[in-house]
Design a binder for this molecule. Structure first.
Ligand SMILES: [Zn+2]
Length: 211
């Protein structure tokens, strides 16, 4: 199902600024959004990524017609929504590196968001680093990770899971397949610090730009 998606013609507004044939065959995942942030077009690499990463789930979260930021869980959705709006209003591209690891492989990706005609956006993903994990796998012991209400909390950014009363842990089994509900999303200590600092820097840059 996923590979066929990329055969859709690109929206005309995308072709006004970009060589769409080149985007279609780029190594990195490329997604085009309309002014409402809805996915209107994806390239071949997106289809390959969907197939190798639990295609049905990726399509449900980031399929054509869905709002891109609706597929981002927890507190980061708002962070990305604001960044996308800034690109639309300023016309300036924005980029960010984020962890997108699989159970076996540590992966660092860079997302670049570019303005297109009529307040659309082009979202590009490139792999910056890829290597085996240097952390030992831990088993998914439910009793250690669910609170009294049975709730399990996963980091929206790196997908570590909160061990009740004992920090955040990388559990490959819960990256391979999401933990059973109820699950809520938050930011682990490291990612929260990172995003708080990034938000501060973005505010400083905006203030600097305004004066
Ligand atoms: Zn995290």
């Amino acid at each position: 199902m996923a590979p066929g998606v990329s055969t859709l013609p690109p929206p005309e507004i995308l072709s006004r600024s970009f060589d769409v044939d080149a985007l279609r065959s780029e190594d990195g995942v490329v997604v085009a959004l309309d002014a409402d942030g809805r996915i209107t077009w994806v390239n071949d690499a997106w289809a390959r990524f969907a197939v190798s990463n639990d295609g049905e789930a990726v399509l449900a979260r980031h399929g054509l017609g869905t709002r891109y930021v609706d597929g981002i869980h927890g507190p980061l959705a708002d962070y990305f929504a604001r960044a996308f709006t800034r690109v639309q209003s300023s016309g300036e591209p924005w980029e960010i590196e984020y962890e997108c690891s699989s159970p076996e492989t540590f992966r660092l990706h860079r997302m670049r968001v570019l303005p297109t005609a009529e307040a659309g956006l082009l979202v590009e993903h490139a792999t910056v680093e890829e290597r085996p994990h240097d952390r030992a796998p831990e088993p998914p012991v439910e009793a250690h990770y669910r609170d009294e209400a049975g709730l399990l909390v996963q980091c929206s950014n790196c997908r570590k899971v909160r061990r009740v009363g004992d920090g955040w842990r990388w559990i490959p089994a819960w990256v391979a397949a999401p933990p059973a509900p109820p699950v809520s999303h938050a930011l682990c200590a490291a990612c929260a610090g990172l995003y708080i600092e990034r938000t501060r820097q973005a505010r400083r840059a905006r203030r600097g730009g305004a004066t």
